[in-house]
Write a protein that binds this ligand. Sequence first.
Ligand code: ADP
Ligand code: MG
Length: 729
Amino acid sequence: MENIRFKALHMAMARPEREVHFPKEKASEYFGELTFNKSAMREYLTTEAFNQVMNSIEKGEKIDRKIADQVAAGLKAWAIKNGATHYTHWFLPLTGLTAEKHDAFVDPIEGGIGIENFRGSELTQQEPDASSFPSGGIRSTFEARGYTAWDPTSPAFIMDKTLCIPTVFVSYTGEALDYKTPLLKALYDIDKAAVDVCQLFDKSVTKVFGTLGWEQEYFLVDSALFIARPDLVLTGRTLFGHASAKDQQLEDHYFGTIPPRVIHFMQEFELEAHRLGIPVKTRHNEVAPNQFECAPVYEEVNLSIDHNQLLMDLMDKVAKRHDFTVLLHEKPYNHVNGSGKHNNWSLMTNTHENLLTPGKTDTSRLRFITFLVNTIKAVYEHGDLLRAMIASPANDHRLGANEAPPAIISVFIGEQLTELLNTIEKSKTAVKLDSHKHSDLLKNLPKIPEILLDNTDRNRTSPFAFTGNKFEFRAVGSSQSCAPAMITLNLIVADQLKKFKKDVDALLVKDVKKEEAILQVIRKYIRESKNILFEGNNYSEEWVKEAARRGLNNFISTPSAVKAMVSKKTIDLFERNNIFTERELHARHEIRLENYTKKIQIESRVLGDLASNHIIPIAIKYQNTLIENVKGLKQVLDLKTYGKLSQNQMDMITEISEHVSKIKTFVNEMIEARKVANKITDTEKKAFAYCDTVFPYFEKIRYHTDKLELLVDDEVWPLPKYRELLFIR
Ligand code: ADP
Ligand code: MG
């Protein structure tokens, strides 16, 4: 039989160029054309309906039944005009993917005729069968009743001739079954809390929204090579593969010229993204070979998350047209960098001011310091929760592997801001409390340079870095939804801002001057949260030790990291802010653990199968060739020459036997470990069993298979090698 690897290589190298056809000259002419955006709404809605939808978007006001019917009619007309035949409620279940169930617009009526229907009730609510989505025991199958409800703040869009309506997904008992519901609550919370704090400085601020700009990293691999690697197909990552002689050591890929085949793919998915209103802007090569990044212009958090989710789907679809497969996995290949999704986050006011921009006036500088210090304090209080929310078996490979931030959460703010906070902490009250000149106090605040040095020379090893006018949360994984990270970050900062307001108010009633009250509280927070600030190299061994001395946790595996989801501190946080009940948190914790167990179980099975059915038979076949060769030598050579010349082959034969035997033993032991783990009924204990007793075999087995890859004749090796996966494009 033909070697599948060679067949795949042959296909990959014969790909024709596939140029992209742009429908119009300029992107501005098609940007957002597949979304029911403001201009489409103006055209297709009555003024009354348009105004209500706008009010709902801007102020969260409810849309009444009659208007919902009008909106549905307008939406239907627009969607059909743009080629849609079906509609679906589009939501973000706890799988971390997106879900949709399509219904046709057309309904039969009497006389064998069909008409297109779409009522207000179908726009606002649907009842997908919820029973097959993870719910962590909240909803047992017999009461599989959940409904989706329209989220007007994220515009409806058309994908694959289907009108997609962004929705929340909740159970009839009121629990959230998705990511969007808690996200919208957390965003509502930060709006309220941040406005209250802004009011101390500027009465014209009446709305604050979180902003998010994600940076999506990914790998591309030729689809034929992908299919020839069952481990990539089934687990998203390679479970075997010897390092390529050359990979990223010359650092020649980063920001290098993008290969033409890749450019064509990028152009097409950007085109499709733009038609869907996703503002993708930046593209470049990443550190590892065949690794790339794409980033949009930042948007309001909820919209930005929907757009990222949509983009991940889109990339996958468009890649197939170019015979590429997109690998979103956090660590598809050992020995080279994995992929992350930096979450750039800030807060923006209705007055178009970024609350994390240092500011030019005295008041805006104090406001900046307020938001900066409260964010630091929030991360200090709930760093473990942030770590928990980005935990996954795939991300475990990345965090702390000297290519991404470690699993220790700390905050980097740069030298200048560190100095600034130190000065504030040590400063004494600068004006007499009875002075009427508030501004004197502010004048004594150390000045903040408008352009922070660290903005250009920043610490790339920090998991949570201030980068001039925003924080960058770098520990989020490339395949993950930004939602858990963003729910947490916005919630903890909102909670912290509420506390801040309370602490300031408590001083104000004691007749402390406003600016002095604010500074007093800030001084206290700086003192309390200092431990979380770290400016050094996060990849170093010293930091691991130093962090331990500081009492900062370093959870290196998912089962231990996710414990923070159900700590007393977390439960209090979510309950006091009405985001989740204790029951919901336990359910979400359970889902994470189950997901961990299943993923490791699948990887373990694939690893065992491939080692036993692909690698060992090939190794033995090759060994037989060597044995035949040695036998032949014996026949044709005299004994002395034979003794000298056959030694190398004999050594290889023994070496292969040793590796094969080790693989066999370890695979058997791993299967036994799995059997033991599978009998455990407690979800958490089972996840730990997989982590501590099954997972360690992966490296042990891989060591020997990768050695075999170097020993066995290249002509018969069945799995595409790293040099092929990483360099063919
Ligand atoms: P890099 O980190 O790769 O150097 P940048 O820092 O320039 O790139 O930008 C990365 C992302 O940060 C982009 O998606 C950009 O839109 C986003 N960003 C910029 N300003 C803000 C902001 N105020 N809030 C949220 N995201 C922002
Ligand atoms: Mg970045």
